[in-house]
Design a protein around this ligand. Structure first.
Ligand SMILES: Cc1ncc(COP(=O)(O)O)c(C=O)c1O
Length: 415
């Protein structure tokens, strides 16, 4: 290891997040990202990695996408973060674009600087609209580490920070279990059901046919609001701009983040239907966020949406999904005792291994084979496999070759 890399690792361990640095080192992953371009990153010591993690979709359009870098540079010629109290062209135009690109009556955009804040906003809105407190979410789901998002997530973290809420305030039910959802809603006291359209930390198990539509119908019957967390599944990653469009559900609230930033300027948004957005009229300071909807970030996000919705980009994503699926299935057939399932919705993929810790072992072997992809936090048998929207034919083949090499390396290390 170079002196420079050791210096950065030691500084991070000493001053930033010792537990996280130690955990990655323990996994055999001592990555410090240096150069980055397209879907490639290079460790400070020069090791090249294909990025199949994309930080949950932040780099959906690649690292330092040249069009997005140019947009940010242009914006910086005349703009800065702006003043969040006053209207701005950048923010207003982005709001108009999001309303136009989103089905149903998701009319208003409230901007945040990250996904967790945007989830908090969604839940605050639901509580205001329904005058109820209870929030139902999916067990082992993930919505961020801020206040209400943390409480709605796994108790590993909410308990740690004494943030579980009052008894019965945050309730979790198993994924794909409509009866459990019906029971949770039966008291007519739920403000919102918060659901990732395909839960990332669970390893992207697909919604059973009709499940989400049934949850929405239950919400309507019981006076609860449906909040779609599209922080990972939105922005073209599943074949439509929003994954929920394929589920016959019109959410009351939709949350987007990660890739909206283009990987260049933090921004997230909570889209509200007119029916639930009463607080925006009642008190314009109901939510305030100094950096939420920063003007330069809005300009980047506007360009992200323009690129993401180009017909050629949509077609390329579809082709990549099919090509990788065919290739992965062929690899799976060559290693059926180890690699057991390919879950897929567009470019959102979960690869399941027979060993309950299989994806954790694969993470390290793939890292050593030049591919960065991570196991699902709440199901380490599943590897999150997240190619970008702009991957070309050569990259797809390179991904498959490195994946199979990593898989063989992993199996050999266990033999
Ligand atoms: C599905 C989902 N929702 C919300 C969040 C929170 O986003 P942020 O880390 O920007 O607060 C994440 C982040 O990983 C996520 O994956």
């Amino acid at each position: 290891m170079s002196e420079e890399k050791r210096r950065v690792l030691d500084l991070a361990e000493q001053y930033v997040c010792p537990g996280r640095v130690r955990t990655f080192r323990g996994l055999g992953v001592d990555l410090v990202i240096g150069r980055r371009e397209g879907y490639r990153i290079w460790d400070l010591d020069g090791q090249e990695l294909l990025d199949l993690h994309l930080n949950g979709g932040v780099f959906n359009l690649g690292h330092r996408n040249p069009e997005l870098v140019a947009t940010l540079r242009d914006a910086l010629e005349t703009l800065d973060v702006g003043n969040h109290h006053f209207p701005s062209a950048a923010r207003a135009e982005l709001g108009e674009t999001l309303a136009r690109l989103t089905p149903g009556d998701l009319h208003y955009s409230v901007f945040a600087s990250g996904g967790g804040e945007a989830i908090d906003l969604a839940l605050k809105t639901a509580r205001h609209a329904t005058k109820r407190r209870k929030i139902v979410s999916i067990a082992k789901g993930y919505h961020g580490h801020t206040g209400l998002a943390l409480a709605a997530g796994d108790e590993r973290f909410s308990r740690m920070f004494l943030s579980q809420g009052a008894p019965g305030e945050f309730v979790q039910v198993p994924w794909n279990d409509p009866d459990a959802m019906a029971a949770a809603l039966s008291g007519d006291d739920v403000a919102a059901v918060l659901i990732e359209t395909i839960p990332a930390t669970l390893g992207f198990p697909m919604p059973a046919p009709g499940y989400l539509a049934r949850v929405k119908a239950l919400c309507e019957r019981r006076g609860a609001l449906y909040v779609a967390d599209e922080v990972q599944t939105g922005l073209g990653r599943t074949g439509t701009l929003w994954a929920i469009e394929q589920q016959d559900v019109e959410p009351d609230i939709l949350v987007t983040g990660k890739g909206l930033s283009g990987g260049l300027y933090p921004i997230a948004a909570t889209l509200l239907s007119r029916r639930v957005a009463g607080w925006l009229d009642e008190d314009g300071w109901g939510h305030v966020s100094t950096f939420g909807g920063a003007e330069v970030g809005c300009r980047v996000a506007q360009r992200v949406l323009e690129i993401t919705t180009r017909p050629a980009v949509v077609a390329n994503a579809k082709e990549t999904s099919q090509h990788l699926s065919d290739g992965l299935e062929a690899i799976r057939r060559r290693h059926p005792e180890w690699f057991v399932e390919v879950r897929r919705a567009g470019l959102v993929m979960g690869l399941r291994f027979a060993d309950p810790q299989g994806a954790m072992r694969m993470t390290r072997a793939l890292y050593e084979s030049g591919l960065w992809a991570m196991f699902a936090a709440h199901d380490p048998s599943v590897l999150q496999f997240k190619p970008g929207l702009l991957a070309d034919a050569a990259l797809r083949d390179e991904i498959l070759a490195r994946f199979e090499a990593g898989l063989e390396r992993c199996k050999a290390s266990l033999a």
